[in-house]
Design a protein around this ligand. Structure first.
Ligand code: 5AD
Ligand code: SF4
Length: 453
């Protein structure tokens, strides 16, 4: 092994945001471990703290600044091989703010962006050797992070990036500005990874991209996501999931895949953002409410048991009570298992951030609409879960329940959380990553409970 400045040092990774960021966290761990560093679970034990950041919404921004500033007060561990804790900020905020971060937060040592994860070990080594802050942010990627070693969070589940970046420019969204244009990985590379995961005992693969449905357009002149799904399915992997889908690109071929591929799980996250055509237009989403509902209808035709989830933004500039009501009605009509609700926050540099200047909807009105929607979402999730009661579902075990050591937690095909008593004489560590059949006897709003058969 090459001797590295990182050897013998401990690091802690703090991740904000999406699955892509969580996957980046696994790659960071893979790289640093291979250089002899050790991952730890707390800031207190760490010599190095690495933030993988998100700037999609304001809340994550605010949280990062707070947490990064408060690091100064956490003493080093006894015998630490550094005189000052090394702090690195990467991901979307690193990409967006670059040098500015070192100016506003003087104890930050390393800033990296979304395109140069692979530079992190070198930047850390340089700052340790020189004591100088290191900032490196690139405009585009010349390689996929998948070429870097990885340390998977769970041995039985793998995230598999199929594309990076986004070409859609939804008017509220910062992602295309910090993640660049869409770039797909060649199908053969994705499949090689999928086969390797299967050989390694992985049970569930989640294909990742900002818009998986347009996968391949840049490489093959047309989207080839449905074909990719078929090929990944043919590797024999037990469970396939994917995120995220854009309704405008979810075509009939992909819908058909839900009919044909038994290992493609009956769960789909399909962000609608709004149920009002006027707002969808202002958001530059390029589909209508009717088109969205038509996709839902077709999906249910081929896979009646499919569980749907979505994202919704409340309070987009100019949203009227009538627009909101359309969203509310759509949520009721679809009957989602899960809805992620967000209050609109302007992101500098996006077109919608300028629209808000002309908007006069009071904050309280937006807050009240948000609450009405959240109440409906809870009601809907409870209702959507009721048909699960009495069924026997195959559960991929994740571990023991955080609240109760005698219970196991896992996921059903629909990606619903399931709790059940650990069978007598079973060792939870041996159950992790295996399938158990659970007879559901209780369907709650956010989980199912039952007994292992
Ligand atoms: N304000 C509020 N929510 C946003 N999202 C993206 N940008 C914004 C914004 N500026 C939400 C969308 C997206 C999810 C990941 O975050 O609903 O689907
Ligand atoms: Fe953002 Fe729209 Fe791209 Fe999703 S599809 S990442 S919301 S611009």
């Amino acid at each position: 092994m090459i001797i590295s400045e990182l050897s013998g040092k401990t690091y802690h990774v703090i991740i904000y945001g999406c699955q892509m960021n969580k996957h980046d966290g696994e790659r960071i761990a893979g790289m640093l471990d291979s250089l002899g560093a050790t991952r730890v679970d707390t800031i207190e034990e760490s010599d190095i703290v690495i933030f993988v950041t998100c700037c999609v919404r304001e809340a994550a921004d605010v949280r990062l600044m707070g947490q990064a500033a408060s690091l100064k007060n956490v003493p080093l561990r006894e015998g630490a091989p550094v005189t000052k804790r090394i702090v690195a900020i990467g991901g979307c905020i690193g990409q967006r703010d670059g040098d500015k971060l070192v100016d506003t937060l003087p104890h930050i040592d390393v800033v990296f962006g979304t395109f140069n994860l692979s530079s992190l070990p070198r930047l850390l080594e340089q700052t340790i050797l020189t004591g100088e802050p290191m900032v490196e942010v690139l405009d585009s990627a010349d390689e996929f992070p998948t070429s870097l070693p990885s340390q998977r969070e769970h041995s039985w589940a793998a995230w598999l990036p199929i594309s990076i970046g986004c070409n859609n420019f939804c008017t509220y969204c910062i992602v295309p500005h910090v993640r660049g244009r869409e770039k797909s990985r060649p199908m053969e590379d994705v499949l090689a990874d999928a086969r390797a995961y299967v050989a390694d005992g992985v049970k569930e693969i989640t294909l990742l991209g900002q818009n998986v449905n347009s996968y391949g357009r840049d490489l093959y002149g047309e989207p080839r996501f449905a074909e990719l799904l078929r090929q990944v399915s043919a590797t024999g992997i037990e469970r396939i999931r994917f995120a995220t889908s854009h309704p405008k690109d979810l075509n009939d071929e992909v819908i058909q895949a839900f009919a044909e591929l038994p290992n493609l799980m009956p769960a789909l996250h399909l962000p609608v953002q709004s149920g009002s055509n006027a707002i969808l237009k202002k958001m530059n989403r390029k589909y209508t409410r009717e088109h969205y509902l038509d996709i839902v209808r077709k999906l249910r035709e081929v896979r009646p048991d499919i569980a749907l989830s979505t994202d919704i933004i409340v309070g987009f500039p100019g949203e009227t009570e009538e627009d909101f009501q359309q969203t509310y009605d759509l949520v009721r009509e679809v009957g989602y298992h899960q809805v992620f609700t967000f209050i609109y926050s302007p992101r500098e540099g996006t077109p919608a951030a300028k629209m808000i200047l002309e908007d006069d909807t009071p904050r309280e009105v937006i807050q009240e609409r948000f609450q009405r929607l959240v109440d409906l979402v809870q009601e809907g999730a409870f209702a959507a879960n009721q048909p699960e009661a009495g069924k026997v579902v195959p559960v991929l075990v994740e571990g023991s329940s955080r609240r109760d050591e005698t219970m196991l937690t896992g996921r059903s095909p629909k990606n619903l959380t399931v709790h059940a008593h650990i069978p007598e004489g079973s060792d939870i560590d041996e159950l992790k990553g295996t399938f158990v059949d659970v007879k559901i006897n209780k369907a709650k709003t956010w989980y199912l409970a039952g007994e292992v058969l």
